[in-house]
Design a protein. Structure first.
Length: 199
């Protein structure tokens, strides 16, 4: 992963960018951008989805300490409903890059869609498994979003947001059946479900 980043650096700062939370029925989408130093040593770093929650939390602190710069941004569920999840994700990524306190010369974005940035860069399919910088961004975005959803579980009890983090599990749908749609649900994601319920 470090070698992949080195091949892109060419003596310049690069930022890894990734998102968390495109698929859930509730909560914001988060994005993070991370610039790591050349001498970064982060044992066990990987795609956040392949790590345990405990490991992600450990790496979250290590990444923030070692990073030259990092930024974490979120776009709300209301905004997702207004502009759709793809645009909201691109908006979160763009803001994460623009909020970096150090300007990168090049950006590696996980996936196959590039946000509208004023910095050169490229998309990297499965970048969170190839690039150390993208994996770091993946972890910051995922941990930040998970922690947010745990807070929302206290604000909106009964939905078990602390367990499924807003994803469409059976238990989550059962909770919606019992309690209705909460203020942090993405209504556009539940349109079809509501239509079927109301038949």
């Amino acid at each position: 992963m470090k070698a992949f980043d080195e091949s892109k650096k060419r003596g310049r700062y690069i930022a890894g960018v990734d998102e968390a939370g495109r698929g859930p029925l509730a909560g914001p989408v988060f994005a993070a951008a991370v610039i790591l130093p050349d001498d970064a040593v982060i044992d066990g770093i990987n795609d956040s989805k392949k790590l345990t929650e405990k490991k992600r939390n450990e790496l979250y602190d290590i990444i923030r300490k070692q990073a030259v710069a990092y930024s974490i941004c979120a776009v709300s569920e209301q905004r997702i409903d207004q502009i759709n999840i793809l645009r909201a994700t691109m908006s979160a990524m763009k803001k994460a890059v623009s909020d970096l306190k150090v300007r990168p010369a090049y950006v590696l974005v996980d996936g196959n869609r590039m946000p509208d940035l004023d910095v050169d860069g490229e998309c990297v399919i499965k970048g969170d498994a190839l690039s150390m910088s993208v994996a770091a961004a993946s972890i910051l975005a995922k941990v930040s979003r998970d922690r947010y959803m745990i807070k929302m579980a206290q604000k909106y009890p009964g939905y078990d947001f602390e367990k499924h983090k807003g994803y469409g599990t059976r238990a989550h749908y059962d909770a919606i059946d019992r309690l209705g749609i909460s203020p942090i649900h993405r209504r556009t994601f539940l349109k079809k479900y509501e239509q079927e319920r109301n038949r």
